[in-house]
Design a protein around this ligand. Structure first.
Ligand code: 3PY
Length: 252
């Protein structure tokens, strides 16, 4: 394989620090020594330190769910890439559809955040995805290509290896609906083709592309068997230790 399989949890606005410790204790009992994939969980910013400590001997990296793109200054309430990096964060989700929908995230701010994360030496997990309306109108491929190109604008090839693209069809997020493995695989193949057109075949082969959107223990194996799906960004199922482990095992 040319690229890493990456299984990532996205806790969204769930779990207190106390619950984070409890989750880690339960996970410790069942976590496999997963050599076949990198595993991480993106947690609310206020729980990063707790999670970093609790996940340490589980070999789970800690990720953040968002970042602000400015380096420092008068931006009350925001958190910089350096602040995350200093806490041991390795991955940062950028442009999740919930942030685009509820917090005015645009392709422009997503691109600025991608640069901020890369410049701080971390790995962005860049989320793209179409709405149900866009899918039904038949513009999914153009839309996703536009999102990928915008997000990666100005990113040099040597930094692209550190980027993960997560394909999350908006209509499959938190709805219990999943794209079929073929539907998801097809979009991920097109994402790789877009990267190839920008950076060439060698770089495109090395980029990890995840599927996200109601991935669960039942559908994970089939989704992960698609040639261009190299992992998952997992919502609800990442809040339950047994389900998260089932998905890690499905990646083997
Ligand atoms: C989901 O699985 O619902 C997600 O949005 C993961 O990011």
């Amino acid at each position: 394989r040319y690229r890493k399989t990456v299984i990532a949890g996205n806790w969204k606005m769930n779990m207190t620090a106390t619950e984070t410790k409890k989750f880690a204790e339960e996970l410790k009992k069942i976590m496999p020594r997963a050599k076949w994939c990198d595993t991480l969980i993106c947690v609310p910013a206020c729980n990063i330190q707790t999670a970093a400590k609790a996940f340490k001997d589980l070999r789970i990296s800690v990720g953040a769910e968002n970042v602000y793109f400015e380096e420092k200054g008068a931006y009350t309430g925001e958190i910089s890439a350096d602040m995350l990096k200093d806490l041991g964060v390795k991955y940062v989700i950028v442009g999740h559809s919930e942030r685009r929908q509820y917090f005015c995230e645009t392709d422009t701010t997503v691109n600025k955040k991608v640069h901020a994360v890369l410049n701080a030496g971390m790995n962005p997990i860049i989320c793209v995805g179409e709405s149900l309306e866009q899918r039904e109108t038949g513009i999914t491929d153009e839309w996703i290509a536009l999102q990928v190109k915008s997000a990666l604008y100005g990113v040099p090839a040597d930094k692209l290896r550190r980027c993960i693209i997560a394909y999350e069809p908006i209509w499959a997020i938190g709805t219990g609906k999943t794209a079929t493995a073929e539907q998801a695989g097809e979009v991920c193949t097109n994402i790789r083709a877009t990267i190839r057109s920008l950076y060439g075949a060698r770089v495109a082969r090395s980029v990890t592309i995840q599927y996200g959107g109601s991935m669960n223990p039942k559908n994970a194996a089939e989704l992960l068997a698609q040639p261009d799906i190299d992992g998952g960004l997992i919502g609800g199922a990442a809040l339950k230790p047994d389900q998260f482990v089932d998905i890690i095992n499905a990646a083997n």
